[in-house]
Ligand binder design. Structure first.
Ligand code: SF4
Length: 449
């Protein structure tokens, strides 16, 4: 029954050794087996997607603490120092990393809105009228309480808002909540729900965090439920409350009911929009890709195809949103085959980065030559040709696992809504997307290179 925050505090108080441990824990959502419950680690970071929290919950595992004092031997301390300094300098000098330090990932809210790529009100549109209330700039100017960094990172992109609120029954007594914010939770609990009330959104975010829910899936689930109510396929009796765009109080109640699951409707919604829409209808506007609710990018076909074919159905698998934006800058839409090949090359390179526990925000710094130099110091003598081969092997292994567990590219559903709402690349075409998936299937059945 304990929240994410409380579990972390109890373990910290009882297990000494600050800085030498990581605590992974779930909140009530994981205990209640919500299929998009997350695992929280380092207080403000998450294994957010694909329901690892529900896996913990199904095994009655509340938390795992990993601690230790050993370190890996390095081959040559002075050369190790050189590589370390090179990476450190690149991180500190990089313009991109500076932006992450200044505003965090929330800096993307205004540009994506300007582009017409910010999913709003269940992606009925991709521009949000209330964007000024929820921009990275607004948070930094009015609420930023502190910045934090992951261990040894000089960037410090983790932004924490300080929200001071009065106690209801005590005059001049206040509590201050420290709430971490990023682009994705802002998108999902802000524009996606038509919510432009900055403090209301922070309260919603705080609640989602305490329950240990994935913010993206939660926002998309509530957005689908709101539209389903508007269209009359869900009654007020089923939803228990009236969900209205922008009404964060109702959404807080909705979040509580997703976790507590007081009736059949909330039990279905706790399984995600793919499942809920298969029971109640409304599949066309159920924004799930490979059963995973969408992230905050309607940049073009690359974003959506990338999530459909990505090994984890995550925007970070292959960054299709970034490929879309590069194509826009060139003013040239790629052929479906070209797009898929770019996505696949990116995803396979990311297998190397994630195997090395490199933060994807810093991916521009870890060029193949840098990776090879660093690996050499850890005792791995690899050549530049080895990296793509290893990336491909890991990627294929993940796909073998998916297929073994029942995944099939043929049964991927394309939500109709992404074809209706104009993207910066124009209106998306289902045939183009199907051709891209077909080309991906052919590439995956070719023998390994
Ligand atoms: S490691 Fe990545 S997520 Fe962590 S502070 Fe650095 S840039 Fe941010």
């Amino acid at each position: 029954m304990r929240s994410n925050f409380t579990v972390g505090r109890i373990i910290r108080e009882n297990e000494p050794g600050a800085g030498l441990r990581t605590i992974m824990r779930i909140g009530r959502a994981g205990e209640r087996l919500v299929s998009y419950a997350c695992v929280t680690t380092e207080t403000y970071r998450h294994f957010g997607r694909l329901g690892l929290g529900a896996v913990f919950g199904s095994k009655k595992l509340k938390a795992v603490m990993v601690s230790g004092k050993s370190s890996l031997p390095v081959r040559d301390k002075s050369q190790y120092r050189e590589v370390y300094d090179e990476i450190y300098r690149a991180a500190v000098k990089s313009e991109v990393m500076k932006k992450y330090h200044d505003l965090g990932t929330a800096e993307n809210i205004l540009p994506l809105n300007e582009l017409g790529a910010l999913p709003t009100k269940n992606l009925r549109t991709a521009k949000f009228d209330g964007v000024s209330g929820i921009s990275g700039e607004k948070f930094a100017e009015q609420y930023l309480g502190r910045r934090l960094a992951c261990s040894h990172c000089p960037v410090g992109c983790i932004h924490i808002a300080a929200l001071r609120e009065p106690y209801e029954d005590e005059v001049y007594f206040y509590k201050t909540s420290m709430i971490s914010y990023d682009y994705e939770p802002i998108y999902a609990l802000g524009p996606m729900l038509g919510n432009s009330d900055t403090e209301g959104m922070l309260r919603l975010m705080d609640m989602v965090e305490a329950y240990g829910l994935d913010a993206m899936s939660t926002g998309v689930a509530l957005a689908w439920a709101t539209e389903a109510m508007e269209k009359g396929i869900i009654s007020e009796k089923e939803a228990i409350i009236r969900l209205n765009w922008g009404d964060y109080r109702a959404y807080k109640e909705g979040v509580r009911m997703i976790v507590e699951q007081p009736n059949e409707f909330y039990r279905a919604l706790a399984h995600g929009v793919e499942y809920a829409s298969s029971v109640y209808g409304g599949e066309d506007y159920a924004l799930a890709f490979g059963k995973n609710e969408m992230p905050g990018y309607h940049t073009g076909a690359g974003a959506h195809i990338g999530i459909l074919i990505g090994a984890r159905h995550s925007h970070l698998d292959n960054a299709g949103y970034s490929i879309d934006q590069k194509a826009l800058a060139r003013n040239k839409n790629p052929l479906p085959e070209e797009l898929v090949e770019a996505l696949l090359a990116e995803e396979r390179w990311r297998q190397i980065l994630s195997s090395l526990a490199v933060c994807f925000f810093a991916r521009g710094i870890y060029l193949p030559e840098t990776v090879l130099k660093a690996l050499r110091q850890a005792g791995f003598d690899l050549s530049i040709e080895d990296l793509p081969r290893i990336g491909e092997e890991i990627h294929r292994e993940k796909y073998r696992f998916k297929i073994r567990e029942g995944f099939s590219l043929e049964s991927l559903r394309i939500p109709g809504r992404i074809l209706e709402t104009l993207s910066p690349a124009g209106r998306l075409d289902e045939r183009y997307i199907r051709e891209a998936i077909g080309h991906f299937r052919r590439l995956m059945t070719e023998p390994e290179s």
